[in-house]
Design a protein. Structure first.
Length: 179
């Protein structure tokens, strides 16, 4: 590691330097072999562009060129696969709390759980469950325009760590959290 332009090399104990990393170590992140290519990640990112607010897209684009790029490559491909495999509107009709939420958006204490994507493949008429300001009493299922969620006026973010989960489990977790 070089702190200044005086070319004095500083060793940080326990941290490998680029010269000591093997090619195999360079190709691993969190113990996984890099399997997602930049091309696949960029294609996935472009498919997800309507599902993220502008600031989140800018951050992800920057991170896809940074030190943690492989994580973001993997994450974009994973989320794109989730979106592509989601049921469209009315496919989970009648399932109630057994419906699976595939996406989660959040902004402060507001949460939107998307169970079905727009039938046309767009983001105008998704269906899901909305909780505004932690108010479980008035939380409800309904149509959720993702375009409005990610609009700069609202700016809800897509949760990259959310895994598809039955609404019954989500509601129980919310009940435990908010009481």
């Amino acid at each position: 590691m070089r702190l200044f332009e005086d070319n004095i090399h500083i060793e940080i104990p326990g941290r490998p330097t680029p010269s000591t990393r093997s090619p195999e170590a360079e190709s691993r992140l969190d113990g996984k072999v890099n399997s997602v290519s930049r091309r696949d990640a960029v294609e996935a990112f472009l498919r997800l562009r309507l599902f993220m607010p502008e600031r989140q897209k800018r951050i992800v684009a920057t991170c896809m060129n940074g030190e943690e790029r492989q994580y973001f490559f993997d994450k974009m491909v994973e989320i794109a696969a989730t979106v592509e495999g989601m049921p469209v509107t009315y496919q989970q009709d009648g399932k109630g709390d057994e419906a699976i939420a595939h996406l989660h958006y959040f902004l402060g204490d507001c949460h939107w759980y998307i169970t079905e994507k727009d039938r046309e493949g767009e983001v105008e008429q998704a269906f899901g469950y909305a909780i505004l300001h932690g108010d479980l009493i008035n939380a409800e299922y309904g149509y959720i325009p993702i375009t409005e969620l990610v609009d700069t006026g609202v700016g809800a973010e897509l949760d990259f760590h959310f895994k598809p989960t039955p609404m019954a489990q989500i509601k129980q977790a919310l009940e435990d959290r908010y009481g």
